[in-house]
Design a protein around this ligand. Structure first.
Ligand code: BES
Ligand code: MN
Ligand code: MN
Length: 454
């Protein structure tokens, strides 16, 4: 291992230059005009896997974006770990709020700035480089490794789910390792054992068959925007609880042990409020902030549009109003059932004066992973060796839709060994990744392969 870590330290600059090449590729999965960049990113990953020493590498076409698969099975009798990550990124808008162009990676103050730096190109690249370090020093890996890198995570991983269903034999492994989550704090090794799920909905209200002069008709017909705002406000009660019937039915309670663990992680509401630029935090009454973020479901309006939104004033009763509403779910809420309950309740809330259409955009199951498995223990030890500190155990508020498919179809535990920070602007302007965590992540990955092989 000494040789492996020395190789990593000596090749830092080379690794960063390569990551920059990866970050230049504009692989935004949701925008059709970026299809070519998506293919370029898949090819980049495949090429780097081969160069690192992974023998069998394949790009699998799907109905959507390609999946990169690679394997090295040269350690018979040893366990097999499947490393998952995503090469697709979020759109860059609002582009005017970036201090530097999103696809022109910039190293500044020990961070690398670019779209995808922390989510997830920088994090997935750590594992390719730890594998390279083994092949370049020891000439082999201490266990068997499979890589599964997709390009549709940010749009719900639909085609990857099909791919897994059709290829369970190919993907057979003892555990899944993912770096696509966050450290609790800079420099603190963190194992994430929970993710929230999601139901993403769209509500469209239609009033009059076209926009109307609000002088001629205001007072005679319902305004769909007014109605929508009223309906949205009814989705929470005054204690911040969601009012959809049966919504909380399957929410598992936070155990005493977990509550105590949350309390031990020192957390300051004031500090977070300051960082986020708000006067005070907000949320469901009766729970601490960490509890609300990690173990309680939420409902949020992501966008609302309709009527006149240009500069100046225009007097109309709009014909339509639309809201995009997502719910973050926790075990054991079922996103499909929640979507149905939401739809039923929205239809009930809508007055007869408007027509309502509800659409389900996508969903993800919430996740709790075991902490007592061999892979989780290996990851915890590996990070302790790399960081020189004790690992903390957290849940996270985000979602990774494919994790439950690994659990259900491959029937193996997933280990979430993320190296991002919630302050690194994922999905937002000036996304960046700490280069210190990038290198510590490569070393943690190398230690993981060592620890898990034993
Ligand atoms: N890497 C994130 C998930 C994440 C974010 C985990 C923050 C932990 C903390 C992932 O790329 C992501 O953005 N997921 C989406 C999923 C959605 C598109 C179904 C999310 O959470 O919004
Ligand atoms: Mn991600
Ligand atoms: Mn993301």
């Amino acid at each position: 291992m000494q040789e492996v870590t020395t190789y990593i330290q000596n090749n830092k600059d080379k690794f960063i230059e390569e990551l920059k090449d990866f970050l230049r590729i504009q692989s935004i999965s949701t925008l059709p005009e970026h299809k070519e960049a998506i293919n370029t990113a898949a090819e980049f990953v495949a090429r780097k896997l081969k160069a690192a020493g992974i023998s069998r590498v394949n790009i699998f076409k799907t109905e959507g974006h390609p999946i990169v698969y690679g394997e090295w099975l040269g350690a018979p009798g040893k366990p097999t770990v499947l490393i998952y990550g995503h090469y697709d990124v979020q759109p860059v808008d609002p582009i005017e709020l970036w201090d530097h162009p999103p696809f022109d990676p910039l190293v500044k103050d020990g961070k690398i700035f670019a779209r995808g730096a922390t989510d997830d190109k920088g994090q997935l690249y750590m594992h390719i480089k730890s594998v390279e370090a083994y092949f370049k020093t020891a000439g082999s890996l201490p266990l068997n490794v499979k890589f599964l890198i997709e390009g549709e995570e940010e749009i719900g991983s639909e085609n990857l789910e099909k791919f897994i269903n059709d290829n369970t034999e190919l993907l057979k492994c003892n555990s899944v390792l993912i770096s696509d989550t966050e450290l609790y704090e800079a420099g603190v090794p963190t194992l994430t054992y929970g993710l929230r799920g999601m139901s993403y909905m769209e509500v469209e209200l239609t009033g009059p068959s076209q926009d109307l002069h609000s002088g001629s008709f205001g007072g005679a017909v319902a305004n769909p925007i007014n109605v929508l705002a009223d309906m949205i406000s009814k989705l929470h009660d005054k204690n911040g609880r969601i009012t959809i019937p049966h919504f909380y039915n399957n929410v598992i309670r936070i155990t005493k042990r977990e509550k105590e663990n949350y309390k031990r992680l020192k957390f300051s509401d004031k500090k977070l409020a300051r960082e986020l630029g708000v006067n005070e935090l907000y949320g469901e009454k009766g729970f601490t902030t960490l509890e609300r973020l990690w173990a309680r479901p939420t409902l949020d309006c992501n966008g609302i549009f309709g009527g006149f939104t240009g500069k100046g004033a225009k007097t109309i009763i709009p014909s339509m109003a639309t809201a995009k509403i997502s719910m973050r779910l926790v075990p054991n809420q079922d996103p499909k059932r929640i979507a149905k309950e939401f739809t039923k309740y929205i239809k009930k809330l809508a007055p007869n004066s408007v027509k309502v259409v509800v659409r389900e955009l996508h969903c993800a199951y919430p996740v709790l992973t075991p902490l007592d498995g061999k892979a989780a223990i290996a990851a915890s030890k590996a990070m302790e060796k790399a960081f020189g500190k004790k690992t903390v155990y957290v849940r996270d508020g985000g979602s990774i839709p494919i994790v439950t498919v690994f659990t259900k179809k491959l029937k193996v535990p997933t280990v979430l060994m993320g190296m991002g920070l919630n302050s690194e602007n994922l999905h937002s302007p000036n996304e960046h990744f700490s280069l210190n965590h990038f290198i510590l992540g490569i070393i943690s990955s190398a230690w993981f392969l060592q620890e898990y092989s034993a």
